[in-house]
Design a protein around this ligand. Structure first.
Ligand SMILES: [Zn+2]
Ligand SMILES: [Zn+2]
Length: 253
């Protein structure tokens, strides 16, 4: 599944305002021109999906072949998603990495004091939603021969735990009680009918401590539009868009 997350809002083409723009990757001030005569500049996003303040030209973003910079494999079939390769600052290098090199490269990962093994495949529907937005691959994670209930590792968020809740009495309830904690929890709040992902909270595990510094276990309840969790709120729109693409595909089957 290849989904290009390019909304109109990501493409900047106001004449005049962007006249002095240069591509962060190739340095060119030249990019594709739309039929209306305006140039297309794509907002540069870091590995977390935040705008870096720079722009990428159309050629660097879309016209290059997606070839793994580690093994040279090209994208032959659409279902193999080439992953954007970021440097240690989280900036896209302009290169790609194939899922198999990505997994090889991230094979062992240290979560607190436990060494984990990463294998290909796995992940729930909601894992796939999050992985697509973050442009990472879902995986299976093992501690020894025990498989952990997580399906994603991100360079900055670490092990990602996915939690889902339907809105009930104006509240979301997320059950967080694994025997090992994820580094970051992505809590997706759906409406009463589970039609839309209305809220996304990205909560680092270290923030979920009580007054004595111990990790809180069990149910996390968040009142809709709560101020307390405002700082953890992310834009739910990209997550909701991908969710709809996946749900609609499954309805057809
Ligand atoms: Zn460029
Ligand atoms: Zn490769």
């Amino acid at each position: 599944m290849t989904i290009e997350l390019v909304g109109d809002d990501e493409i900047r083409h106001k004449k005049g305002v962007y006249d002095s723009v240069r591509c962060r990757l190739c340095g060119s001030d030249d990019t594709k021109i739309q039929s209306n005569g305006y140039p297309i500049w794509i907002e540069d996003k870091n590995a977390k999906g935040d705008f870096t303040g720079y722009y990428i030209c159309y050629g660097c973003q879309y016209d290059k072949d997606k070839i793994c910079h580690k093994c040279g494999t090209g994208q032959i079939i659409k279902s193999i998603r080439m992953i954007k390769y970021y440097d240690s600052d989280g900036l896209w290098t302009g290169e790609y990495i194939c899922p198999s090199c990505h997994n090889k490269y991230n094979r062992s990962y240290r979560n607190r004091n436990i060494v984990l093994t990463i294998k290909e495949g796995g992940g729930s529907v909601m894992d796939v939603v999050i992985a697509t937005v973050l442009e990472i691959q879902t995986c299976s994670i093992y501690a020894g021969d025990k498989r952990l209930p997580f399906g994603m590792i991100h360079w900055d968020y670490g092990i990602i735990g996915t939690k889902t809740s339907q809105l009930k009495d104006n509240k979301f309830y997320f059950n967080i009680n694994e025997y090992i904690c994820a580094d970051t929890y992505f809590c997706l709040g759906l409406d009463e009918r589970m039609d839309n992902i209305d809220f996304v909270y990205i909560i680092p595990t270290d923030e979920r401590t009580n007054s004595t510094g111990r990790l809180k276990e069990g149910r996390l309840s968040i009142t809709k539009n709560s101020n307390k969790y405002k700082r953890f709120e992310a834009d739910s729109e990209p997550y909701n868009d991908i969710y709809h693409v996946i749900v609609e595909k499954e309805d057809i089957r």
